[in-house]
Design a protein around this ligand. Structure first.
Ligand SMILES: [Zn+2]
Ligand SMILES: [Zn+2]
Length: 248
């Protein structure tokens, strides 16, 4: 069976806590190379880690907040002007994805949303809970509890015999139990240590629910200063910019 590498190019929150870059997870195997989320700082993250934009076949997006999708306008512009991409690019995520990306491009680089690229971009807006075949991957979005002006998803990505789940941003919902089931890697946001707030998860809740999450490995990400100050006291593994996890 093929190895899968999961590299956290960006493991931070929206606010640069701890000097970390925004969410950008690069997954590569013999069969597929893709990003999960592409926060605004993702091009910096990719170039720091030596990941070529040309290697990325697909960008999967959990939800339409800038720290998760805001890097896409830069990705598209770089692909057109700098890396001179010719291979097709698939961008998949929740309903509303294409319009929001076009709007973001137009706000940041007026006229750019109307440029015809030299490569094909296919937008795939995933209906909730319906597994979609994207190349060699099977991708399922499940709506979680996080206001973003469109459905916010946790994503389950199956391919090469492995399953990776990422919560995206969300407060606790029992849907996480469902989407985590059988995952090899469950990437969970853990914004605060024990402070309960709307829209975000905290570490204590995850620990209380740990036994219900039937997955092999949990890695925490998207942490605030409150969490980053306690990294040495956590019982769960945490992400860091540049950290790689290999699924055998
Ligand atoms: Zn968010
Ligand atoms: Zn976020």
């Amino acid at each position: 069976m093929t190895q899968i590498s999961v590299k956290f190019l960006g493991s931070g929150d929206a606010f640069g806590s701890g000097g970390r870059l925004q969410t950008c997870i690069y997954v590569q195997s013999e069969f597929a190379k893709f990003l999960i989320d592409c926060g605004a700082s993702s091009l910096i993250a990719m170039k720091q880690c030596g990941v070529s934009l040309l290697d990325v076949e697909t960008i999967l997006i959990t939800h339409l907040h800038g720290d998760h999708f805001g890097g896409i306008p830069f990705f598209i512009l770089d692909s057109q002007l700098i890396s001179r991409r010719t291979d097709p690019l698939i961008i998949a995520g929740p309903p509303g994805l294409e319009e929001r990306i076009r709007n973001a491009m137009e706000v940041m680089f007026p006229g750019s949303s109307k440029v015809k690229q030299k490569f094909e971009i296919t937008y795939r807006e995933l209906p909730e809970r319906e597994p979609a075949a994207i190349g060699e991957l099977r991708v399922t979005g499940m709506q979680v509890v996080h206001g973003s002006g469109a459905p916010s998803y946790a994503l389950r990505v199956e391919g090469a015999g492995k399953t990776i789940v990422y919560t995206g941003d969300t407060e606790w919902t029992d849907r996480l139990i469902e989407i985590a089931r059988g995952a090899d890697l469950f990437i969970a946001e853990a914004y605060y240590y024990n402070k309960k707030m709307e829209n975000h998860l905290n570490y204590q809740t995850l620990m209380e629910r740990r036994h219900e999450l039937q997955c092999k490995q949990i890695v925490l990400t998207h942490m605030s200063d409150d969490m980053l100050g306690r990294l040495d006291r956590l019982e769960l593994e945490s992400a860091a910019d540049g950290k790689e996890i290999v699924l055998p």
